[in-house]
Design a protein around this ligand. Sequence first.
Ligand code: SF4
Length: 241
Amino acid sequence: MKIDPEKCTGFEACIPYCTVGAIHLEKEKGISVIDPDECVECGVCYRANVCPTDAIERVELKFPRSLRGAFSDPLTVHKDTGIPGRGTEEMKTNEVTGRIRRGHAGVAMELGRPGVGTRFRDVDILAQAVAKVGVTFEPKNPVTFLMMDKETGKLREDILNEKVLSAIIEVDVEMNKLETLLRVIKETAPKLDTVFSLDLICKVGPQGEIETLPIAQKAGFTPRPNTKNNLGFGRPLAKEE
Ligand code: SF4
């Protein structure tokens, strides 16, 4: 995104709309500018339609910058997964997709939030750390598509400086490795220059037991159990093999 300096009058109406604080007023010139390094190409300032002189312009994004729009603009569809937004249906849809089987846990690490964002450099650090535990990266996740090596979790070098609003690493892990994985995530968190939340997914037992909860508590987390009902998305529920 860019602001045409010829059209901008420094009205500042766009500034509060920026999701990461990338727009500022250049007082000496009396115009607003977008910091291209901080802008995540979410399109909010443009769609807000608050500029009285239509000075905000979309620019064509080439790879790797195009990743910013793909991960940050909810109206952009990921070409790899065909899903808009962060590009994954996430493991929260497990009752329909059946991705996580009994005896396994799904772990999603959601890096970045509006106001903060995340760079792929941080996604790379966390992905490589969790890979060492022996996890399977979710194949239909757009972050997995950016890996040079799905065994090590290493992301492509040319994307590491790209900043996005949010990106989700999703893994499938055997339940007996979950505690180790959670401890690794805890140890890695201080190395990341962003915030992230953690989702734990498992099949609920016949008596309503949730196997991941005591493991998360043992690893030093305070989980908040909740549920999301997807009503099948028009598809039948997944069956255990
Ligand atoms: S596209 Fe998004 S991140 Fe970039 S300047 Fe506009 S609101 Fe801010």
